[in-house]
Design a protein around this ligand. Structure first.
Ligand SMILES: [Fe+2]
Length: 236
């Protein structure tokens, strides 16, 4: 049994009903040969389908690295979106500057396509103000389920964003490892926010699968522990 099958079984056992498979592709590659990216994904998916368990349901997507502006034709082609929906999962190079990220996103909000920005807590030159600006443009925002629980700088930023009501989706950036959505559900349940947890991990992800509007998510009132705050101020 491959590692992917093992992970999918564990997902199903933990209550995960649907998984969108999002192999990495860059906007530069798509500009060069978008059909090649689809072919590579199809081959990988065919292999996985042969041994994948019945549950969870599998859907296709991409995580598109915006190394260059995305060519407009991709936004008219739902084979590149999440599960054929209006939502396109995008990421930036880690050291992207706010203005560059904002102008890349501006090019993605034409028509009915909606960019969903992956793991926004990672971009060290962008913070709450940047993300608020991206939301104003019409982008949606995802943070990573495991990072959210950590006392690292990224974990702190993820909680700041949730505390500011700027996050639409929490998702597990699972690469065949132990990063699972349950980490975030468990963590958020310690902060008395069950309805918010559901919006982030069930309601808005379902909006992607159903290709409908996401609902706004209220701010989470975090109670940061003293140790976490000390570590943050010490820069660790
Ligand atoms: Fe990523």
């Amino acid at each position: 049994m491959t590692q992917s099958v093992l992970v999918l079984r564990q997902f199903a056992e933990s209550g995960i009903t649907d998984v969108v498979l999002t192999p990495h592709v860059s906007a530069g590659e798509l500009a060069f040969d978008k059909e090649d990216a689809l072919e590579r994904r199809d081959v990988a998916f065919t292999l996985l389908s042969r041994e994948a368990p019945e549950k969870p349901r599998l859907h296709l997507g991409f995580e598109i690295m915006l190394d260059v502006p995305l060519v407009a034709s991709i936004l008219d082609d739902r084979r590149f979106s999440l599960a054929g929906s209006r939502y396109y999962l995008v990421e930036f190079p880690i050291s992207v500057f706010e203005d560059d990220a904002t102008s890349l996103l501006e090019g993605l909000v034409e028509g009915d396509a909606v960019p969903l920005v992956a793991h926004v807590e990672r971009y060290r030159n962008c913070g709450v103000k940047s993300v608020a600006q991206w939301k104003q443009l019409g982008a949606k925002v995802q943070v990573d389920a495991t990072t959210l629980t950590r006392s690292s700088e990224r974990g702190h930023v993820a909680r700041q964003l949730l505390g500011a009501g700027l996050v639409d989706v929490v998702a597990a950036d699972n690469h065949g490892d132990d990063r699972v959505l349950g980490n975030a559900v468990q963590f958020l349940s310690n902060h008395e926010s069950e309805h918010i947890t559901r919006s982030l991990t069930e309601g808005n992800p379902r909006a992607v699968l159903e290709d409908v509007d996401m609902n706004p998510v209220p701010a989470v009132a975090f109670r940061e522990g003293l140790w976490s705050r000390i570590k943050h101020y010490m820069g660790s």
